[in-house]
Structures are given as C-alpha cells and as structure tokens.
Ligand binder design. Sequence first.
Ligand SMILES: [Zn+2]
Length: 194
Amino acid sequence: MEEDLEIEKNTGEAIAYGKKLYEKGLIDGASGNLSFRINDSFFITRTGVNLEQLAEDSFVRLEVKPYSIDEVKDAKASSDALVHAKIYLKTKYKAILHCHGVYNVVLSLTRDQINPLDLEGRLFLGNIKVLEGEFMTEKIAEKISDAIAKKGYAVAKGHGIYAAGNSFREAFNLLSYVEHSCQIIYLKELLMGR
Ligand SMILES: [Zn+2]
C-alpha cells in the first residue's frame, strides 16, 4: 500500500479508537494518548488534544528513534512520545494506546502487583507488575517500554495503562482486559475483603 494511503487509513482508525476510549470511560479530559507506526515513522497525538475529538491534524509525525523530552515538547507531541518512541524501537508493534482506567489507577495505588482473578485476565495478562517512576522521565519510559516488549502492556503506578498491538484492535483488547481484571478485583474485594 502506498504510504499516503496507509497513513490515511490509520489516521481514520486512530480517530475511531480515540472515541472508543472515551465511550468506555477510560480517559478524562485531555488525558491519554495514542499512536501508530508507518515504516520508520510514527504518528502520535498532539499535546493537549481530547481523544474523543481527534481530527486529521491532531497528530505529529516523529521518527522511530530515541528522543529527549525537550525534542518531544518542541514537536508539540504528547509528552508520552518518549515512551512511544522507545516501544517502537524495541518491538514491531504498529499501534499504542494509553489511558487512565479508574479501577486500574486505584489498584495500582494499593499494591505492587495486580493478580487477575478472572479467566481471561489470567490467560491473556498473567500477573501485572505495577511500575513506579516519575512521569516524563527517561527512567519510567525505559521501564514501560521493557514491560511492553515482554507482555504487550504496562501499568504505571497512580497513572494508567499502556497497551500495544499489531493493530489498534489488538491494543484496545489488551487494554480492556487489564481494566476489566482490575474492576473484578476491586468489586470482589469490596464484597469479600482482600
Ligand atoms: Zn497518562
């Protein structure tokens, strides 16, 4: 497929998945971000955009290479571009989603590891390590991208979920399993205690 066509197709999907994240209540205000890779470039949401209102001009094109936080800021890309660039460098994934699922954030504040109780969570996720580190730093970007390279998803303490896939659908499913498993644990503990 010609590159322009591929960009157009992926942009359309990115816009649709921004709305899906919003409809599922996984983002708040202008939080969250997403990106897709085309060859040696990736397209990530601009800083400050609302994911449910993405348009063709809501994306910044960056190269798949290491970036500094200042370069990311200068490009007006989402501050999480540091993380996305590292993920694309370490993996062959084509799409990345990041959101702040309420149940996930709550559980990440109360434990260092989240152990899914439901069947799908146990099958698709295994035990979820909660990653700690200061937002927008090289260190946390390294931890998140390492976790994604291993399992396709990562959870940052008090922050949210990152999920990657060969398509937005794959990344979205993974992220949904994480939030679903967290919701089950939360409700189970509410009923029966920890
Ligand atoms: Zn975030």
